[in-house]
Design a protein around this ligand. Structure first.
Ligand SMILES: [Zn+2]
Length: 245
């Protein structure tokens, strides 16, 4: 499968053709054949919004997971908060993406840390956080089967979704198993598909090209943000001096 919006749309069509209903972590049991589509937002909320719009155009609601501890984005910034709220307004769910690496594993009660971050996300979105996924989970976390807020917050790495569903992911821009073959096999009634919107675009790029494109765009964005915060920025530095128009 290619890493393009078109290929992703084809995957949605294929799922539909094989009788899968796109569900979330709360309603999959209402359907004989379900697929939970999960998108982890590791670096760029704008890319997630692109995929959210594309899904909305096809009447699909999925689940987006966002970090509250990211060095790449701040969910409370005006723009990011608006984008996340837009994703919610389309009918998608926005859950917490939890990065355990931010904490000292010896001294932290991870369940408590997840609950605290869930509260922050709740404040950002103005709605309850009801699901969590882990960012680069350790073996310990994978096996923990955490019970969060007494089960009110669904752990996407819980036994139900990680072991009893057929789980397939494009982590590190690589489908370790062929997702289209899995859908076409008709073997599984419960699918759990993880994608990272970051890797998808109108045209397919190699991982290197995609990463380079992102890094280069950040320079221009950084300048634009400075401009909003430094009066007469041009007197010090012109955007063109950074190789940006
Ligand atoms: Zn992640």
């Amino acid at each position: 499968m290619k890493f393009t919006y078109k290929a992703y749309e084809e995957l949605l069509s294929l799922l539909e053709k094989h009788g899968y209903t796109v569900c979330n972590y709360h309603n999959y049991q209402d359907h004989a054949r379900s697929v939970i589509i999960r998108h982890d937002i590791d670096m760029d909320i704008a890319k997630a919004l692109q995929v959210a719009k594309l899904e909305q155009g096809r009447g699909v609601c999925s689940t987006y997971f966002v970090l509250v501890t990211s060095d790449f984005y701040n969910i409370f910034s005006r723009q990011n908060q608006a984008m996340l709220r837009r994703i919610c307004a389309m009918g998608h769910e926005v859950g917490l993406h939890f990065d355990e690496a931010k904490y000292d594993a010896q001294q932290t009660d991870m369940v408590q840390a997840i609950e605290q971050e869930a509260m922050l996300l709740e404040q950002c979105l103005g709605r309850a956080t009801t699901s969590v996924s882990m960012h680069r989970p350790s073996q310990k976390t994978l096996e923990a089967d955490y019970l969060i807020q007494g089960g009110k917050i669904v752990n996407s790495y819980g036994t139900e979704f990680f072991r009893k569903h057929k789980y397939v992911s494009d982590s590190r821009r690589n489908w370790r198993e062929d997702v289209t073959a899995i859908v076409e096999s008709g073997e599984y009634d419960r699918l759990h598909v993880l994608t990272h919107p970051f890797w998808y675009d109108e045209v397919e790029r190699s991982a290197k090209e995609q990463l380079k494109t992102f890094c280069e765009a950040q320079t221009g964005l950084c300048y634009d943000r400075m401009k909003e915060n430094v009066r007469n920025l041009e007197e010090f530095l012109l955007k063109i001096e950074l190789g940006k128009e």
